[in-house]
Design a protein. Structure first.
Length: 175
């Protein structure tokens, strides 16, 4: 759900704005959206080249999808890399699907990325490519569908009907 703007009209009392009930409905929906989105920052240090070191964990029961930015760097060199990770929890809550994109690098490559779900936690993992301490600065935005359950239902334009998927067919849209 996108943020809904209240139409206030062009002039006071011109009758062109949203009625009060509609306006407050939009405001309430915006508060629900804010409650379902968590934006945070964290940091971690991976001390050596052991694989699958967790640099971010998040409760799976509060996770539907996320956008994660991670900046990894070594203090003893100019080596650093930045990546964007898009992730979504599978409907069974037992695994996470993710894509790493937008990687930029300065100097030697430092890590590769992985994600999993263990003991009720979604984990962002790094696999260091060097046997050295690597610092990780992680900024993330996690969205939780709340009472809607895992996955966010889509509503087709001009209709109150939910778009559904049957027989494992993918949904495609056209402009």
């Amino acid at each position: 759900m996108a943020i809904q703007l209240v139409n206030i009209g062009a002039l006071p009392n011109d009758g062109e704005g949203d009625p009060l009930r509609v306006a407050f409905g939009k405001i309430n929906n915006n508060f629900v959206l804010m409650q379902q989105t968590d934006t945070q920052i964290t940091s971690a240090v991976t001390p050596d080249d052991a694989p699958l070191q967790a640099v971010l964990t998040y409760p799976v029961d509060e996770f539907t999808q996320a956008l994660i930015q991670i900046h990894s760097y070594r203090e003893d060199t100019n080596d650093s890399q930045n990546a964007l990770v898009g992730a979504s929890i599978n409907n069974d809550g037992l695994d996470v699907t993710f894509t790493t994109y937008g990687i930029t690098n300065n100097g030697d490559w430092l890590v590769t990325y992985d994600m999993d779900v263990v003991d009720g936690e979604v984990r962002l993992l790094v696999n260091p490519l060097v046997d050295a301490a690597i610092n990780h600065f992680v900024a993330y935005q996690v969205t939780f569908a709340g009472d809607l359950g895992l996955g966010v239902p889509m509503i087709s334009e001009g209709s109150a009907e939910l778009i559904t998927e049957t027989n494992n067919l993918g949904i495609t849209t056209e402009n």
